[in-house]
Design a binder for this molecule. Structure first.
Ligand code: FMN
Length: 207
């Protein structure tokens, strides 16, 4: 049986294999995975969004924040940090501890409470670049609260994530299903510290 215990992290990123267990899915990434993977699909030119752009992200340890800031800086976009009401501690983030907060929330499917669910000026944005860390192959749990709690309407949504080695997988598709609204495009995964790559990706989106 696949359980959360299937998630393994070993000493180095390059030697890491992540086995996701929350959804019972197995998400294994080759040890030789490149630092930055190519885009799974480039949005079609006619899908290129225009108008006001918001970069909204959650970050527990700063990696996604760095990538988000690089993207926003290149685009001249506004930035919104998705914050949980009770910030995650280092102990909360210990995926090797079955009793840690993230482990328990993984098992019971908790949507963590956010400090503020809807970003200021939400209605004014046409495009949202939505960033998050991968946790056990999925978007970090606070994203569930965020997408379930906001009406994306006709907004274009471009997901991006950071991870140790896992790809973005089906994490964005599951967020799109949970949101139920918005025009969700293919997402992209970045390594920690890949701000330059992320900025280049953002520059190619036609925003
Ligand atoms: C609870 C937890 C689970 C994680 N699960 C995965 C995973 O399944 N695959 C992976 O490649 N990295 C995993 N990571 C590593 C993070 O995705 C990676 O460090 C990410 O860049 C953290 O982003 P942040 O600094 O913005 O929080 C996990 C980290 C934590 C804390």
């Amino acid at each position: 049986m696949l359980t959360r215990r299937n998630f393994l992290a070993v000493a180095t990123v390059t030697a890491t294999a992540f086995l996701a267990g929350c959804s019972g899915e197995k998400d294994e990434v080759p040890a030789a995975a490149p630092a930055t993977e190519p885009a799974e699909e480039t949005p079609a030119a006619d899908a290129a969004p225009t108008g006001n752009v918001l970069v909204a992200y959650f970050s527990a340890t700063g990696n996604t924040a760095g990538v988000a800031e690089a993207i926003a800086g290149r685009l001249g976009a506004d930035v919104w940090e998705i914050e949980v009401a009770q910030p995650y501690t280092e102990a909360d983030l210990n995926y090797n501890d079955d009793a840690s907060r993230t482990s328990v929330e993984c098992s019971d499917g908790t949507n963590p409470e956010l400090a503020q669910v809807t970003p200021d000026g939400w209605a004014d944005y046409d495009t949202v670049l939505l960033g998050y860390p991968i946790w056990w192959g999925e978007a970090a749990w606070p994203l569930r609260t965020f997408v379930a709690g906001n009406d994306f309407g006709e907004k274009t949504v471009m997901p991006f994530c950071t991870s140790g080695s896992s790809g973005i997988g089906g994490s964005a598709e599951r967020l799109a299903e949970l949101a139920g609204t918005g025009n969700w495009l293919e997402g992209e995964r970045f390594s920690a510290g890949a701000g330059d790559d992320a900025a280049a990706w953002a520059a190619g989106l036609g925003l």
